[in-house]
Write a protein that binds this ligand. Structure first.
Ligand SMILES: [Zn+2]
Length: 180
């Protein structure tokens, strides 16, 4: 699921070579009104809808909605998997994911796949398929130390990204269907 994020960013024009100018994905060959209308059509899951609006229109209200949805998912993951939260706010973890989406660029070495030609994890992007924050930036953002990050939170954050990857998959499919 996580690989759907660079795929979506590629679709939206967030590639390394084509970084959008003003933090807005302006590389769709469609009018923004058409994209906005396409997002509102059919049965797009809420997280995909707000992810799309946040990525494409960079709207603060949509970002807030997306953070709420991710936070809910994080609470549900925490309950299911019995996470010890230490002092971490799950909303801050959700915010981290949103902020990282905005600085992500698709890895030019593996083109977002996360692995190289021999099937091993891509070195430059550590298998993520994109470049975003460093591990240190991430654990400082949620207020834990490196030890706690690598032992617990890194994997939990991957769960959050997988959730967003699922949303990205539906969003990409939806836009391709509606806009073709
Ligand atoms: Zn890579």
């Amino acid at each position: 699921m996580i690989w759907d994020i660079p795929a979506l960013l590629n679709t939206a024009g967030f590639t390394q070579n084509q970084l959008y100018e003003n933090n807005v994905a302006g590389h769709f060959n469609y009018r923004w009104e058409d994209i906005a209308a396409a997002l509102g059509m059919g049965n797009l899951p809420a997280e995909s809808y707000y992810l799309g609006r946040f990525l494409i229109f960079d709207d603060q209200g949509d970002k807030q909605k997306l953070i709420e949805l991710i936070t809910m998912e994080a609470h549900s993951l925490a309950e299911t998997n019995d996470w010890q939260l230490e002092n971490v706010s799950l909303e801050q973890l959700a915010l981290l994911a949103c902020e990282e989406l905005k600085v992500m660029s698709v890895c030019g070495y593996c083109n977002g796949l996360g692995f190289n030609r021999t099937g091993e994890d891509c070195n430059p992007c550590l298998g993520y398929g994109w470049k975003g924050y460093t591990e240190k930036e991430k654990y400082q953002f949620i207020g834990v130390n490196g030890k706690s990050w690598y032992r617990r939170w890194q994997l939990r954050y991957t769960d959050i990204l997988n959730y967003l990857g699922g949303a990205a998959y539906h969003l990409r499919e939806h836009l391709e269907q509606q806009l073709c």
